[in-house]
Every structure is written in C-alpha cells, then in structure tokens.
Design a protein around this ligand. Structure first.
Ligand code: AMP
Length: 459
C-alpha cells in the first residue's frame, strides 16, 4: 500500500479526524495505512508491528469509528463491546490513554484494569457502562470470576503485543478469557514477532485473517542512529558514567540483562554523582511508577531497566538509549531501540559490547539486516586488560548458564582499542577529554565508510 495515503482517504468519522488533527498527525504511519482499512472492512487481522510504529492508533481509530457507526441502544454496566488485552500495566494505561486521546470528541467510554493495585476502585468504576475495556489478562479474569465484568457483549478483541503476553506466560489466561466471549467477533492480533507460538495462537483465535506487516525492524533501525562501542566488560560502568556526565544527557534509558545488574549499575551511577534509578519486575508497582514519573519529569536523568520492566514504556521523544549489555534475544534489541526515534523524532542508541557479546551482535545485525557501525571505546578507557569473565558475569550472578564458546576474534589495537569491522574513522576530538595514547585512528579510516559520529560526542 502506498505511504502517500492520507487520513482523509481512510474515511474516518469527523470527531476522530479532529482528534487526529489535535494530536498533530499529518499522515498515517505505514501500519495505520495498512491496518485501518482492513479493520474497517470487518475481518480478522494479524499484524506484525511493534511499539513505536503507531500501531495503537492503527487499531484504536478504526475501533472507535466502528463503535460510532453502530451505537448501542442500551449500554450495560460492566459489559464492554471491545476488549484490548495487553501484557503489562504500563502498556494498558498507555493504550487506554490513546483511546481517550483519539476518542476525546466522542462519548465513547473506556476503562483500564490491571493487577497490583486495589481491585475495589475498579469494581466501582465497572458499575458504569463502558464501551472499551483495556486490561491485563490476570486481573481481568479476577473480575470475570467476581462477575464484575461480563464479556458476553464483546464485538472486537485486540491482543496487543501478543508475543510479549506469551513470553510472560499468559497463554492459559488468554484461553480462559477467549472462552468467555461470544464466538462471533472480530479479532485483531498485534505482535512484534511471528514465532511458531504466535502462529499457533493466531490459528486458534483468528479466522480468515488478513496479514499485514510493516518493516518495523528496519524502520526503527533507520530512524535511530546506532553505534556499537567495543569495550571490556570490566570498564563498562566507568565508561557509562563518564559518557553520561561528559555528554550532559538529561534523559537516558539504560538496559541491563538482569535485575541485579540494573540495581548495581544504578547504585554505581548514583555514587558517581548522577541521578539514576532502576526499574524492574521485583519493584512494587508504586516504586516503578515513581521511578518512571521522576524520569519523565526530568528529576532522574538515568533510568536503568531490564527488558521486561521496560516493555510498553512510552516515553515521548526519548533521545538516548544505551545497551549496557546486549540482549541475548535479538528481538529485544529492536524493542529497546524502539524506545527512541519515535514517530519521526531523531534518536540515538549506543551499545557497550564486550568480546563475549559479539555473538549477540551478529544475531542482532542479522535480524535488523544491517551492520551497526562500531567504534573503539572512548579514549582513555581502554588500556586495562579485558575482564576474565566478560559479560556473562551478570548472568552467572543470577545463576544462569551460558555454555557457548566465547568468540576469539578480538584483535587488540595499540592502546587496547578493538579494531572495528567497519573502519574506525578519524575521530579527531571527543568530549571525553582524555588523551588516547593509541595510534591515529585514521590509519584505517575511510571517509566514505566512516560511521556517523554518535550524538553523544556532539555538543
Ligand atoms: P505506538 O507505536 O502506538 O506506541 O505509537 C508511537 C508514537 O507515535 C505515539 O507517541 C503516537 O502518539 C505517535 N503517532 C502515532 N501515529 C502517528 C502519526 N500518524 N503521526 C505522528 N505520530 C504518530
């Protein structure tokens, strides 16, 4: 489908067009251009799209349009017409916010329910008629058992971030929920990846579904300035502190592979005088919300997160993402960098990669179908010998095993820098300040191939 399609071409109702204009959107994103006409046509949909592509409006807008086109004569308390299931509390809240934003000129009502908070205010709120219910599976089932929610009127079901729901073990709950809904309904399944499990789920949920897919991985990758720094594990924490303070970043999301790693890193950054906090699944909902709010308001400059905790976080125009460790699931990299460079905003993602993580880097480059420019570690931080354990330290600390052989491809350059595969370029001045003590970096540099200078070294 052409990307020059306009919102007017989609034939959405007037109040929705006004909300779109209020939001400042000029043209539909590719997933919206593909999904909206198909949802309006009434069939089931299987969509490959991830956070950051505009997928939420891709299903919310046509759903609102259809509810407006077919108003109910009698709306009943606790009996929604649309159910949107999402994996996390944060995502649930964000999706419902989108429903409210796009439905602000309509009388369509929506509500969010998720666990980890007192159920009673939700029960009170469910005594009013609601059109759209956005929920996490577990708490929704609690309500169904208490008969405070009745799913017999569901006309449209959305499974948002279905791959995440499966990863998080929600399949049984989803199946129980499916059994409580009428068979005759429209089903929309959104997933960043199409694993065998997703295919299996879609077979049992969808019928005659149209499949749409946006080049989410590449699209995201194109918008984000990505750089790999080849560094030793033992130096990562110092390098990160140094980079953050030198470059004056005020909002950076840092990913670690483990919860303990996230805590330790946040503590270390605080010791180094930076404002940092960690967000992960072991923290209470209140602590997570507080950390996220402080980060959004700019009170905390560095948020250290694990993949699970960061899922669904929608932080507008996040300029910087750092992979303190590469994820061992390549799709997680795409999710991580999808936090930046949203909807046209420029973003930059840097990854601190130790020799033991090269295998993860290769897997990531295979799925994003591009080579990420590599640079040696910022000058002054590469002289010490490599860590005897490398990046697996964190995993070991949490009792995980990694039986894979460590790659042997390091080729240390004078000064300890690791030679990159793409040419290191002539980085004549950096804001790291320390003298390099290494051979000139232009020795193998080639202007044409030179990786783009990462944002962190720009004023
Ligand atoms: P999502 O992938 O649904 O999480 O959306 C990512 C971001 O894109 C959100 O902040 C939306 O407000 C924004 N967005 C959605 N659709 C558009 C559009 N057509 N033009 C510009 N921004 C959009």
């Amino acid at each position: 489908m052409s990307t020059t399609i306009t919102f007017a071409d989609l034939g959405l109702a007037d109040p929705l067009m006004r909300a779109i204009a209020d939001a400042g959107y000029t043209i539909p994103t590719p997933i919206q251009a593909q999904a909206i006409p198909r949802v309006l046509a009434g069939g089931d949909l299987l969509a490959a799209a991830q956070t950051g592509t505009g997928k939420t409006a891709g299903f919310t807008l046509p759903i609102l349009h259809m509810l407006l086109a077919k108003p109910l004569e009698v709306r009943k308390a606790g009996r929604p017409r649309v159910l949107i299931l999402t994996p996390t509390r944060e995502l649930t809240a964000q999706v419902e916010e989108s429903v409210k934003t796009y439905g602000c000129h309509t009388k369509i009502s929506s509500m969010v329910i998720f666990g980890g908070v007192n159920i009673n205010p939700q029960i009170s709120a469910l005594r009013k008629p609601i059109d759209i219910l956005v929920a996490t599976p577990g708490r929704l089932l609690d309500h169904c058992q208490q008969r405070t929610v009745n799913l017999s009127g569901i006309e449209i079901l959305v499974l948002d971030e279905a791959d995440r729901m499966l990863d998080m073990g929600f399949i049984r709950d989803i199946r129980k929920i499916l059994a409580l809904m009428p068979r005759q309904r429209q089903n929309l399944l959104f997933s960043a990846t199409f694993s065998d499990e997703i295919r299996e789920l879609s077979k049992s949920v969808l019928s005659n579904a149209t499949e749409v897919s946006v080049a989410a991985r590449n699209t995201t990758a194109e918008r984000v300035d990505q750089t790999v720094y080849l560094v030793d594990q033992a130096h990562k924490r110092d390098i990160l502190s140094h980079i953050i303070s030198e470059s004056g970043w005020h909002q950076v999301l840092v990913f670690t592979r483990t919860k303990h790693g996230a805590n330790r890193l946040a503590e270390k950054l605080v010791k180094d005088g930076l404002s940092a906090s960690a967000i992960h699944g072991n923290k209470s909902q209140a602590a997570r919300t507080r950390a996220l709010d402080d980060f959004k308001k700019g009170k905390v400059a560095v948020l250290v997160a694990t993949d699970i905790a960061a899922r669904g976080l929608d932080i507008d125009q996040l300029p910087q993402v750092v992979n303190f460790e590469l994820p061992n699931i390549p799709e997680d990299y795409v999710h991580r960098i999808g936090r930046t460079g949203r909807a046209g905003a420029a973003g930059s993602a840097i990854s601190l990669v130790d020799s033991s993580e090269i295998k993860y880097l290769k897997a990531i480059e295979r799925i994003i179908k591009k080579t990420i420019p590599q640079l040696p570690a910022p000058t002054g931080w590469t002289a010490s010998p490599p860590s005897p354990h490398g990046a697996d330290d964190e995993a070991r600390a949490e009792g995980r095993r990694d039986g894979q052989r460590r790659p042997q491809q390091r080729s240390a350059r004078p000064g300890g820098a690791v030679r990159s595969g793409t040419g290191t370029g002539a980085r004549t001045s950096t804001r790291t300040g320390a003298p390099s003590g290494s051979t000139p970096r232009s020795a193998t540099g080639d202007q044409a191939n030179r990786p783009r200078r990462p944002a962190l070294f720009n004023k």
